[in-house]
Design a binder for this molecule. Structure first.
Ligand SMILES: [Zn+2]
Length: 739
């Protein structure tokens, strides 16, 4: 054996193969570390040396997968590694069988019929007991298996192994669906549009405008798989509210003689119309059921309008949410509310909409939403101000040929997420190897993302999704048969490289408590920066806006961790938690205060520009809303997008209000043990969105992650912060109390 190894090292660098050709023709750099991983997996002693011996057998600049396989077997024979040889052959056989199974719709449908929880609880927004949802899951199961056969096999294998995650396989690439979008309502309202067989004209009141918004959302949500956003709804709807006002004024002039009373009548009636319209928006969205078998993932952005009508619309959105749904006043899960905060509008006590910010704070303490969008950091990170598409997907600033800045009507082409903890564990503490492996995985992710781009670019036609391409939801109008490429190319749309588990990456190299270690922090920032640099290069080469996305990973937190546990076993503080930490988030088991947590997290979004969200865990804040405002104010110039997690669970059986207890089977009332969704309301943040875990059970890992979350603020600290903030505000305004 000694001589063999001598031969291997004597061979020298210049004779090493440079390229590795996969069975499907994909060309990657040749890496000896991969051979080492293979031999390590085969439980061979000194896998590094055996890998070197194997590499020495490979001649020529380019080697094929078959040549490498032959070399591995030959090495095993030469070194009498009989068991390893058999394991290798078994593994190959097993993998081929597994691939056949995963790409066979019948096998997967069987799992669905048997109620495999990893299939039926994948999306917390889908109620898998309902016929239409079951039908969607059936279609999705077929989509998943066939979709895998529509991409180069090495990408499908990488997805199945959990090296990468090709999101939304149930829809794409089987059909050339797009992901999420900001709907261009201005264009649709202005020009009128068509849904099904109905021609819809410009609305003439706020009620009609809202009815149309709901119709459009239902239609858009059925033609894509991701979330959709109605941005700046306050300024969008203000002109229609003013039509109500004009109508009421007209009536008043007819029946009321006094000018002042006329005005009062018109205003009061309009305010009532606005509230009713926003209430029906909330009810209708929550009762919608799209062809995807779920309530559409919807977000509503507002907060920057200062006209009388815009202010009333903002106020109504928040008041409706505070009031709650139905006789039990349940917390609405949809739409997600996104409240914009800007200096000169609502940030400071002297700003004209400061009163609405106070209402937003009250709403967040009672219903968790709205999440806030701070104006300056959103501009600094993404180039201009806009709400995210769906829960957290941000578009970059973009101008059309006429130099007009356009946000609405743009979309995302889909996500592929890298399993970063896997790379960190495979690198075994070797940082140099980590970066090399990351390069290879990035090539893989890029190829997977190009599958998404090409599928839409080459195969989608306007007639596939008329509402998107023909009637203005995507901002422009195309004719049947035309290419849809102009909706996506030249950076108009985004395509997202996702990642998960920076905490686990840091832990693999620096131990579990690395948050205050500057070298460790810089290392993880560098990871996101490297992803960002690659995206920029891919965008330049292709004309499609690749960008880095902090994946919500509602079920991926579970999937990657589960697959890595099969591979590496229970690794302390990495896989033994049974979930991976979301994107760049602080370890949820620790309790930094909100300022520490946000300071730790604030640098990452500047590289993960395509998607990010921060949140803090608070105790009950209803008595101390000023504590929440203190965090919001502190975050104003630092954090773009911030959510509030606070206990708002309610038991209608015993009257308990607060935080439901997390048990092994799920959440329940801590006083009476009630967990019947009919008689209680339990609301948790499942990803960027809120969810009802009792109505729609979550995947195991997500439950573990939520159960592990600890508060970033103690009730005492909340109280102290609130009093401090209040006295500070009093000082600023010369002793005038604000409420
Ligand atoms: Zn109870």
């Amino acid at each position: 054996m000694g001589t063999l190894i001598g031969m291997a090292t004597a061979k020298g660098e210049e004779f090493m193969p440079q390229q590795f050709v996969k069975r499907d023709g994909a060309v990657y750099p040749f890496r000896e570390y991969k051979l080492e991983l293979v031999f390590a997996a085969l439980e061979v002693e000194d896998p590094g040396k055996v890998a070197a011996v194997t590499a020495a057998r490979l001649t020529g600049k380019r080697v094929t997968a078959q040549q490498v396989e032959d070399a591995v077997l030959a090495t095993c024979e030469r070194l009498h590694l009989t068991e390893a040889r058999q394991r290798y052959l078994d593994y190959k056989e097993h993998r081929a069988q597994e691939f056949a199974k995963q790409t066979d719709p019948t096998a997967r449908l069987e799992r669905l019929v048997k109620g495999d929880p990893t299939i039926i609880h994948e999306n917390a927004n889908k109620d898998s007991t309902v016929f239409s949802t079951r039908r969607d899951l059936t279609a999705g199961t077929v989509g998943k298996t066939l979709g895998l056969t529509m991409m180069p096999p090495h990408i499908a294998h990488a997805h199945l192994k959990g090296v990468i995650h090709f999101h939304d396989l149930d829809y794409s690439p089987l059909e050339p669906y797009s992901n999420c979008c900001l709907i261009d309502f201005e264009t649709m309202f202005r020009d009128g549009f068509k849904i099904g067989n109905a021609e819809v004209e410009r609305p003439k009141s706020i009620q009609t405008a809202v009815a149309q918004i709901v119709q459009v959302i239902a239609s858009v949500a059925s033609q894509q798989y991701g979330g959709c956003t109605v941005d700046h709804i306050d300024t969008l709807l203000a002109p229609y509210a003013m039509m109500n006002y004009a109508k009421h004024q007209h009536t008043a002039q007819k029946y009321i003689s006094e000018k002042e009373s006329q005005e009062q009548y018109a205003r009061e009636r309009t305010v009532k119309d606005i509230y009713d319209a926003m209430q029906s928006l909330e009810y209708e969205i929550n009762t919608l059921f799209t062809t995807n078998g779920q309530t559409p993932f919807t977000s509503v952005g507002f907060g920057l309008g200062t006209s009388w009508a815009s202010r009333e619309i903002q106020r109504a959105i928040l008041q409706v949410r505070i009031d709650g749904l139905g006789k039990n006043h349940r917390t609405a899960i949809f739409p997600k509310l996104l409240f914009a905060i800007k200096d000169g509008i609502n940030h400071r006590p002297e700003d004209p909409n400061y009163d609405i910010k106070q209402l937003a704070i009250e709403c967040a303490t009672k219903r968790m939403y709205p999440d806030i969008l701070n104006y300056p950091p959103i501009v600094a990170i993404t180039g201009n101000f806009k709400s995210p598409m769906g829960c957290r997907s941000f578009l970059p600033k973009w101008t059309d040929e006429d130099g007009r800045e356009v946000n609405d009507g743009r979309a995302n082409m889909g996500v592929v997420t890298l399993n970063l903890p896997r790379i960190a564990m495979e690198a075994h503490g070797n940082q140099e190897l980590f970066w090399t492996m990351l390069e290879d995985r990035l090539q893989l992710a890029h190829e997977a993302l190009m599958v998404r781009v090409k599928r839409i670019r080459d195969d989608a036609r306007p007639e596939n999704a008329p509402i998107l391409y023909k009637y203005g939801a995507f901002g422009m109008k195309a004719k049947d048969g035309e290419s849809v490429d102009r909706f996506y190319n030249h950076d108009r749309a985004t395509v997202s490289l996702g990642y998960i588990g920076l905490y686990e990456v840091g832990t693999a190299f620096f131990g579990p408590n690395w948050e205050h270690n500057e070298t460790a922090h810089a290392f993880t920032v560098r990871v996101v920066r490297v992803l960002n640099e690659h995206c920029k290069r891919w965008a330049k080469e292709s004309g499609y806006h690749f960008s880095v996305y902090s994946t919500p990973s509602e079920s991926l937190t579970d999937r990657f961790c589960r697959l890595d546990t099969q591979r590496f076993g229970k690794v302390r503080d990495i896989t033994d938690k049974e979930y991976y930490t979301n994107s760049f988030h602080y370890d949820v088991r620790k309790h930094p205060n909100p300022f520490e947590k946000l300071t730790f997290e604030m640098e990452y979004p500047h590289y993960a520009t395509a998607g990010f969200i921060h949140y803090c865990e608070y105790p009950n804040l209803r008595q101390n809303p000023k504590a929440l405002e203190a965090v919001w104010d502190w975050s104003y110039d630092k954090i773009g997008y911030l959510g509030t997690n606070t206990p708002i669970d309610k038991c209608y059986k015993c009257g308990f209000e607060g935080e439901f207890a997390a048990t092994a089977r799920g959440f329940q009332c801590p006083d009476c043990g009630n967990h019947d969704p009919q008689t209680c309301d339990c609301v948790k943040r499942t990803c960027g969105y809120l969810g009802n875990p009792l109505q729609r059970p979550m995947v195991h890992g997500r439950h573990e992650e939520i159960a592990a979350r600890v508060k970033h603020l103690s009730p005492t600290m909340a109280h102290e912060m609130a009093s401090h903030a209040q006295s500070k505000q009093r000082d600023v305004r010369g002793g005038v109390a604000d409420d």
